[in-house]
Design a protein around this ligand. Sequence first.
Ligand code: NDP
Length: 300
Amino acid sequence: MTAMLIDGKAHAGALRARVAAVVAGLREAHDLMPGLAVVLVGEDPASEVYVRSKGRQTREAGMASFEHRLPGSASQDEVLALVEALNQDPDVHGILVQLPLPLQIRADLVINAIAPEKDVDGFHISNVGRLGTGQRAMVPCTPLGCLMLLRAHHGMLEGMDAVVVGRSNIVGKPMAHLLLGENCTVTIAHSRSRDLRAICKRADILIAAVGRPAMIEGDWIKPGATVIDVGINRVPAPELGADKTRLVGDVDFGSVLPVAGAITPVPGGVGPMTIACLLANTVTAACRALALPEPDGLGL
Ligand code: NDP
């Protein structure tokens, strides 16, 4: 048996096409152009790449992209003032502050300064609380993308045993809430969990969000399970040449492939879904801002 590959790139392409179609409809019917503002503080090279990619994909979907760059020396008050200006700007429907922020700036303060209805990352405490209590929320993009892939593969998830390895606020915890919302039986594992292998082995759905290359091996997997690998780890790849690197997930793809029923590859699995969900969340936020019906297929 070889696991079926869940093609995140293809799913993300379809979601972006749906976003673009909805955006075209909003412009035509309501003269509404959803707008996403991205705030980048400092010169972190990885963040630069993410921000450029988000801007390009936002424009390609027919939406307005606003990029705000502040120097790494910017003060917390400067960042808060920018966020407040974006909160007040009617052309901006979604605000994303690229993390990590420089050390002098408290990320929790900045995130909680974003108007919750424009918090397209879903990290504001009010959205966290709403998701946790089953109310309509802005849902964090990576877990939302994972859930979309799972729904596309399985349809109903009800009654399945789901194990989420990792309990971060941006991936693990919201993922667990989403799976609970699907009526899965959810276990959250972390660095202090005992016998992680046995916990993983009982999962019908295994979500790996750890940040440790190839940690989860084939003999941790229940035969036929669906494995969603959120991890993005850069490792040396001497086979590609001196000083070369490549991306791997948290799952040991080679040993898991013959055991699992389905698996997301890295790259090309969860990663592309994250930005597509960011665009979808921005369109949802724009519709909510104008009290328009929420378009099908962009959220939960
Ligand atoms: P964090 O570092 O915030 O959280 C990692 C979690 O893994 C923690 O809960 C930690 O446990 C747990 N953990 C660490 N080591 C072990 C271990 N040996 N056994 C069991 N659990 C362990 O990471 P993130 O959640 O932000 O990201 C996780 C991964 O997902 C990373 O590789 C990141 O790059 C990737 N990622 C990918 C995205 C995408 O778009 N595809 C988006 C966001 C993240 P504890 O709490 O006990 O410390």
